[in-house]
Design a protein around this ligand. Structure first.
Ligand SMILES: CC(C)(COP(=O)(O)OP(=O)(O)OC[C@H]1O[C@@H](n2cnc3c(N)ncnc32)[C@H](O)[C@@H]1OP(=O)(O)O)[C@@H](O)C(=O)NCCC(=O)NCCS
Length: 179
């Protein structure tokens, strides 16, 4: 049995400055570059939790709420929300900061799933992640239904087996199909 670790221990904060090479013709940070930064911050967080090589299994919906301008400082905050068997859900928030103006806004956020693997790429067990703060507990609680949703969408789980989703939509009194 692997020793459980706190969510806090997986926390990663990464800061970069938006430079001309990273921008589109409107001088805003390109979406693909943001996703690259998110993938790296989240992978480091998952590695810290698992102490293993990790691979990205999926990235949930990413939408870009407000542009991040050239010269802004981009801060990414990543943490494991919940660990399952070999997989971990990681939540990443992206902030854009204009230091001279003294503004800092949340630009976007996403959930990514990583799988810990051995040297041959085979999935391997990870420790449990223990949430401590109210926000960590809220993210932990929601992780099960987000996992079901992404596995159903990836055709890796039958909708009728997604019990958390069913109880969300139809209440807990939904009769489960007999296996
Ligand atoms: C991710 C990967 C290791 C899963 O391997 P697999 O043989 O399908 O393994 P399994 O079916 O046993 O699933 C292993 C875990 O991955 C999770 N998983 C697999 N596909 C997933 C998906 N699309 N979304 C979320 N989780 C997924 C499973 O739920 C399972 O989690 P659990 O162990 O916590 O229950 C494999 O598909 C892979 O190597 N993919 C390529 C990864 C990659 O190249 N990423 C980009 C570069 S890092």
């Amino acid at each position: 049995m692997l020793k459980a670790k706190s969510v806090q221990a997986s926390r990663v904060i990464r800061t970069d400055m938006v430079l001309p090479n990273d921008t589109n013709p409107l001088n805003n940070l390109m979406g693909g570059r943001i996703m690259h930064l998110m993938d790296i911050a989240a992978a480091i967080s998952a590695q810290k939790h698992a102490n293993r090589i990790v691979v990205t299994a999926s990235v949930d919906n990413v939408s870009f709420g407000s542009p991040i301008q050239m010269g802004n400082v981009v801060t990414l905050e990543a943490q494991v929300t919940r660990a399952f068997n070999s997989s971990m859900e990681v939540f990443v928030k992206v902030f854009a900061e204009n230091i001279p103006k003294g503004t800092k806004t949340l630009s976007n956020s996403a959930f990514l799933t990583f799988v810990a693997v051995d040297q041959s790429g085979k999935p391997i067990m990870v420790p449990e992640a223990i949430p401590e703060t109210d926000q960590e507990k809220e993210l932990f609680e929601g992780a099960l239904r987000r996992r079901e949703l992404r596995l159903v969408l990836a055709n890796r789980m039958k909708p009728e087996d997604a019990s958390e989703l069913q109880s969300l939509f139809f209440g807990s009194a939904v009769p489960q199909p007999s296996k």
